[in-house]
Design a protein around this ligand. Structure first.
Ligand SMILES: [Zn+2]
Length: 243
């Protein structure tokens, strides 16, 4: 399905949806998955231990200072690893797709962070989105953000039923219509379809010209062509909507 508005030239590449996660950093609607680096989990254990040790030391003492430096050092290494991982995803996506649909950060944070330090995971999602937006400008990939009440995980991307019984633990599920879903891929497909109505299940349809549907309340960010800068006011408004 093609709609009017000809300002965005998608150059014949497909569009995609991107679902962020904790274990798997990102999953695209065509099934491409980006794992978090293994070293990261090792460092998290080290961090927990170092924090415990720090808590036991007397504040201001030499040993306490040493323990604090160690915690800071591990934090820095984790941050570096995270940044590398997000750079891998953002470069791949913006170079290989004409557009990417992403989830509202607040929802991603609220739903998926229940067992990790929330601030750390949030920072990671935020960094990934930030990179997608500026690299989208570089490479001509349009970033669209889906409104926060869109049930990307619970919606069947085949028939449109909502599965209210879906829990966070369900990595795969079967819809009443018979469709068998990988949770993350299904969510990514829904995001892509929300932003580019008419794309097929794997978003392989080449969208030449498109605009987001009004009812989707989608924010346009990172329009790739000449001088049309992203609306940063709208963007930051969205990100800061919920405390
Ligand atoms: Zn279904």
């Amino acid at each position: 399905m093609e709609t009017e508005i000809g300002e965005v030239d998608h150059q014949g590449k497909p569009v995609t949806g991107l679902d962020v996660g904790v274990k798997t950093l990102a999953v695209l609607s065509d099934g491409t998955a980006f794992e978090n680096p293994r070293a990261f989990y090792r460092l998290e254990k080290l961090l927990t231990r170092a924090q415990r040790q720090m808590a036991r030391k007397q504040k201001g003492s030499k040993r306490g200072q040493k323990a604090r430096l160690r915690v800071q050092h591990i934090h820095k290494r984790i941050a570096d690893l995270r940044a590398n991982a997000t750079h891998r995803v953002s470069s791949y996506v913006t170079k290989n797709y004409a557009g990417v649909a992403i989830e509202d950060l607040n929802v991603a944070g609220m739903l998926k962070n229940h067992h990790l330090a929330k601030s750390m995971t949030d920072a990671n999602f935020q960094e990934l989105h930030r990179q997608l937006k500026y690299k989208g400008q570089w490479y001509g990939c349009e970033v669209r953000q889906v409104d926060m009440f869109f049930p990307s995980s619970k919606l069947c991307s085949v028939c449109g039923r909502i599965n209210d019984n879906l829990t966070l633990a369900d990595r795969e599920w079967v819809c009443e219509c018979g469709a068998h879903h990988n949770r993350d891929v299904n969510a990514a497909i829904n995001l892509a379809k929300r932003c580019w109505p008419g794309v097929d299940g794997h978003c392989s349809l080449r969208v030449k010209r498109s605009k987001a549907p009004d009812e989707a309340r989608t924010t346009f960010v990172g329009r790739s062509k000449k001088g049309d800068l992203p609306n940063l006011a709208i963007l930051s408004g969205l990100v800061n909507q919920v405390p």
